[in-house]
Write a protein that binds this ligand. Structure first.
Ligand SMILES: NC(=O)c1ccc[n+]([C@@H]2O[C@H](COP(=O)([O-])OP(=O)(O)OC[C@H]3O[C@@H](n4cnc5c(N)ncnc54)[C@H](OP(=O)(O)O)[C@@H]3O)[C@@H](O)[C@H]2O)c1
Length: 303
């Protein structure tokens, strides 16, 4: 049975990937910085699986991964940080740790799947974004059996950003930065979990990895940020909310303030992301699911 270690397995994406892997019959190991404390965040079906302590920021040399990965067939990396704290920097968590993992994977039969994000550009000013691109490039430069997955914005149970957007959509008034001109193809996190499980367990032939090892994923519709909030609102009420457009500079200052105070999921990186399209050029989600993806925004969410 394929043994899969999910790094960040108690996070938003990680939890859904773990559940899908459990349903697909994988031998699962859940990675977390605090493996003794994650039970409340996990579905009961996942309580019985082995857990391992993993601190990606401390695993920045290939050999540091040896004892963690010796008996593992596939590593799925769902680790990410919104804001830096102490040694947990963007550089170490998004780039140096995954780069070392990929270097380790060069010497083994391990498949390494990295969850990254859409919309990463070399000229990004945000280190949140530039560190993710550097991480991707470091992985791509190895001869490891790597796969890159880039989801668009996610909606679903247990996501910090998803919950905030749903909460904003319930208000009678919301603001949109004037420069939020990009289109989003939001997808359901449960479907992303299923797609990740397929990537963990499928053969190279089934996944057509010879053709491409990069999977940009999105939902069925491309909407502006304003339209996305309005569509989330429609699952809650038929009444329309007032949308106020604020100048980009105010949104930028607000994003810096949120970063300074570690408040809300809005950050300078997200302000940059909103200015450009965040939808896949070629959406490979249906290919991994074996069916068309579903629209997001239906039903209530828990935080
Ligand atoms: N959410 C979205 O809409 C979205 C969309 C596209 C891409 N992404 C990307 O997908 C990744 C995961 O996102 P998410 O929404 O699932 O975030 P999340 O809920 O915050 O989960 C991330 C997990 O990373 C783990 N982690 C953080 N720092 C770590 C460290 N130093 N060492 C080991 N583990 C660490 C945490 O697990 P423990 O607390 O258990 O250690 C946390 O649960 C991020 O890179 C994000 O940018 C997210």
């Amino acid at each position: 049975m394929t043994k899969v270690l999910v790094l960040g397995g108690a996070g938003f994406i990680g939890r859904h990937a773990c559940l899908a892997l459990h349903q697909a019959g994988a031998n699962l190991v859940i990675g977390s910085r605090h493996p003794d404390q994650i039970e409340p965040r996990l579905a009961p079906e996942l309580w019985g699986y082995e857990r391992r302590q993993v601190r990606v920021d401390q695993l920045t040399e290939p050999k540091a991964w040896t004892s963690l990965l010796e008996d593992i067939d596939v590593v799925l990396n769902c680790v990410g940080i919104l804001r830096q704290r102490g040694a947990q920097t963007y550089q170490r968590v998004h780039c140096d740790g995954p780069a070392a993992l990929a270097k380790y994977a060069e010497q083994s039969n391990l498949r390494f799947i990295q969850v990254s994000a859409l919309g990463l550009k070399p000229n990004a000013k945000s280190r949140f974004l530039s560190s993710k691109l550097l991480g991707e490039q470091a992985i791509q430069s190895t001869t490891a059996d790597w796969i890159l997955v880039r989801p668009s914005l996610l909606d679903g149970e247990g996501g910090y950003g998803a919950w905030w957007l749903r909460a904003v959509a319930k208000l009678p008034l919301f603001v949109v930065p004037a420069d939020a001109k990009g289109m989003l193809a939001a997808l359901d996190v449960g479907e992303l979990g299923e797609a990740l499980a397929t990537l963990c367990l499928g053969s190279a032939e089934q996944l057509q990895l010879k053709q491409s090892r990069e999977f940009d994923l999105g939902g069925p519709m491309a909407l502006s940020f304003r339209e996305h909030i309005e569509s989330l609102r429609r699952s809650h009420t038929d009444t329309k909310a007032l949308c106020i457009t604020i100048p980009g500079i105010i949104a930028r200052l607000g994003a810096h303030l949120c970063d300074l105070l570690h408040a809300t999921p809005f950050s300078f990186g997200h302000w940059e992301l909103l200015q450009q399209d965040n939808k896949p050029k070629i959406n490979r989600l249906a290919e991994l699911l074996g069916r068309p993806p579903k629209p997001v925004g239906i039903g209530e969410l828990k935080p």
